[in-house]
Design a protein. Structure first.
Length: 148
């Protein structure tokens, strides 16, 4: 049985009705009614810059210093992956990684001193349980580390 093409009239009616429904939604309606208004930001602070000019496009307490939290761990993982470090390289867990976590009340992957783990396992430990101890170990793999 051959499929028949929809009639042009039915297609136009369907597209018009769908478009009318879409424009009537609150998200589109508010974007259409106030295109110059910045979106509401619930965060304590935010800053948006034009990459080319450096001009500030939006600022809500953007110059207030804030903790970097897990952003540092993501950056360490990115550097390790960009460095093309062999993910099967074994790394011995040092006591200083555990001491760092304790001293700074940081999140931990609970690495055990003396264990030998792969870079792949350290990436997992740094990103999933957000282990600062694992991120510290990775930083030493690709750099000089703290006190290096």
């Amino acid at each position: 049985m051959a499929l028949r093409k929809p009639k042009t009239r039915h297609l136009v009616i369907g597209l018009t009705a769908g478009g009318a429904l879409l424009v009537g939604t609150p998200l589109v309606a508010s974007a259409v009614s106030a295109p110059d208004a910045p979106p509401p930001v619930a965060a304590k602070g935010a800053k948006m810059l034009d990459v080319n000019s450096g001009e500030s496009l939006y600022d809500k307490a953007g110059d207030t210093a804030r903790p970097l939290a897990s952003t540092t761990k993501i950056m360490v993982a990115s550097v390790v992956l960009d460095d093309k470090t062999d993910l099967d390289t074994k790394v011995e867990v040092k006591q200083q990684y555990r001491d760092y976590v304790t001293e700074h009340h940081a999140s931990t992957a609970d690495l055990q001193t003396g264990d030998k783990v792969t870079v792949r396992q350290l990436l997992y430990a740094a990103l999933l349980p957000s282990g600062a101890d694992a991120a510290y170990a990775l930083a030493e793999v690709v750099g000089e580390g703290v006190g290096g």
